[in-house]
Design a protein. Structure first.
Length: 532
């Protein structure tokens, strides 16, 4: 039986997905929450937020992500970073998943990826869990109701957590699978309830399709000056570097917090919502994000709560440190109504340097920007994983390697070309440690980071005096109003200057060793950007 609004000529049976139980098309938030509650998928929390746990998987499964190896994509895919799957294995997986789905109830959301209609894609999400439908309805962009009458998807994503793959039969790594078939315009997800796989599958699609059209796809947040979309800034950064926090500046308009494109028309958000970490979230530090956790329809994922009061515990990470909330962009008061911006005037690359070597901010040349973009450096610190007793470097190229189906240089060259064409100023911002490495030094003061970003975005930072960093060769400001001068020179913040020099040499070598993989593919000026 069919429920909800849908193109009458484009039901699941028209796509060969037949013999299901009830199929619910394009239900709105109240109906999805009602369905999820009836099915026992979660708990209704304060303000109408929906509390869920995701079982065994509380994060993405990048090692279980596969791309089907067909002639049309053979020469484009970065195979060292993307596990291949044979067409035969995918066909068997597809057939077995459809067989498994028979008789079950499913929830369909017809949605859009990309705020700019010139470059957006239509996506049909078929989910076994009602709350997954709620989640992806927040994350992607919702067409007007009358647009559903003739909606036909460019790609279909089927997410069936109760299905388990057979590695021997399907050619995958484990019982959990994310399989992308660009020829058949189909993505299959099985064996995991973690909702982030839904949105990241669409991000990966756009990361493949858009660069082939000369459009930069970026794992970044973005904002612009009030009433001035031309003054746009983008913030690249891996988890824990402050990407969401620092872009959510109440004095600027939020375009989006995670995934964007940069075309000849400007910047555009891929999404319609935000997926924010909630660990240690506080109303003092991030009042707007905190407020979303008690708003109607917000999905609260893997958080501990009081069973009597339904109060959330933002400090209890016993389920996972990767606890999150998912909510529509309009829940943030200063969010853009169009999710569009101009060409980035400033590009911020965020890193959390637990070695205490990088300055709080540095200005990059276009070649240096490409070098640090391809490096994608941040740090894991002692205690974050078993066996880590000192800072461990993490290099995730393009600040999002798991979502990059093309070779990194494709994105790096696009970024450098657009920087050159539109005159963007690039900054490397360290939100990590100063005065020593992790365990000895202190975390970079957020007040200083905000002051430096404010100066970079309003243009005043470009007018101060700079020195050349002896380790990486980029320009570092000497004096900035409102920021302690000592903080701007990392070596001076260390009591043991010789120890700093040893640590700096170590970090430079880590960068150099990691970058060797890109040397055959890049220009000489980028090679030279490795060191001063």
């Amino acid at each position: 039986m069919t429920f909800g609004r849908v193109n009458p000529a484009y039901r699941l049976e028209d796509q060969g997905i037949a013999e299901l139980g009830n199929v619910y098309y394009n239900l709105t938030e109240p109906a999805l929450i009602e369905a999820a509650l009836k099915r026992g998928e979660g708990t209704l929390g304060k303000g109408g937020a929906f509390y869920v746990t995701t079982g065994k998987f509380t994060g993405r499964s990048p090692q279980d992500k596969h791309v089907v190896r067909t002639p049309s994509v053979e020469d484009n895919i970065w195979w060292e970073n993307n596990r291949p799957m044979t067409p035969e294995g995918f066909d068997a997986l597809h057939a077995d998943m459809l067989e498994h789905m028979k008789g079950g109830d499913y929830y369909v959301q017809d949605l859009i990826g990309g705020a700019d209609p010139a470059y957006s894609i239509k996506v049909r999400m078929v989910t076994e869990l009602a709350w997954h439908g709620l989640f992806i309805r927040h994350m992607l962009r919702r067409p007007d109701r009358d647009q559903l009458d003739d909606f036909i998807a460019d790609f279909t994503v089927i997410n069936c957590p109760s299905f388990q793959a057979d590695p021997a039969k399907h050619g995958c790594r484990s019982e959990t699978v994310i399989a992308m078939n660009f020829d058949k315009k189909t993505i299959l997800i099985g064996g995991t309830e973690y909702a982030g796989e839904n949105k990241k599958s669409v991000f990966t699609l756009l990361n493949y399709m858009l660069p082939l059209k000369g459009i930069m796809a970026m794992h970044c947040s973005a904002n612009h000056a009030p009433n001035n979309p031309v003054d746009t800034a983008v913030f690249f950064g891996l988890s824990g570097t402050g990407k969401t926090t620092l872009s959510a500046d109440p004095e600027r308009v939020l375009i989006g917090d995670d995934e964007h494109g940069w075309s000849d028309r400007g910047t555009f958000n891929f999404e319609g919502g935000c997926y924010a970490k909630t660990i240690n979230l506080s109303p003092e530090a991030e009042p707007e994000i905190y407020a979303t956790t008690s708003k109607f329809g917000t999905v609260i994922e893997n958080m501990i709560f009081d069973p009597e009061t339904f109060d959330l515990d933002f400090d209890d990470d016993s389920l996972t440190a990767n606890m999150r909330c998912a909510y529509p962009l309009e829940y943030i008061s200063n969010a853009s109504s169009t999710a569009l911006g101009g060409h980035p005037k400033n590009i911020i690359m965020l890193t959390c340097d637990a070695f205490g070597v990088l300055p709080p901010i540095a200005r990059l040349t276009p070649a240096q920007a490409m070098y640090h973009f391809l490096s994608g450096f941040t740090s894991k610190v002692a205690g974050t994983e078993r066996g880590i007793t000192e800072p461990q470097p993490t290099f995730s190229t393009c600040f999002g390697a798991p979502f990059m189906p093309l070779r990194p240089e494709k994105y790096g060259n696009l970024l450098r070309d657009k920087i050159a064409k539109h005159g963007a100023t690039c900054w490397l911002v360290n939100t990590g440690w100063t005065g020593g490495a992790y365990g000895t030094g202190n975390r970079m003061p957020i007040k200083a980071t905000r002051a430096l970003l404010h100066a970079a975005l309003n243009g005043s930072l470009s007018k101060v005096d700079f020195r050349k960093d002896p380790n990486f060769g980029f320009d570092v400001p000497v004096n900035v109003e409102g920021v302690p001068t000592l903080l701007l020179d990392p070596r001076k913040t260390w009591d043991d200057k010789a120890a700093f020099d040893v640590q700096a040499e170590k970090l430079v070598k880590m960068f150099s060793d990691n970058f060797e993989q890109y040397l055959p593919y890049i220009d000489e000026d980028v090679r030279a950007a490795a060191i001063g």
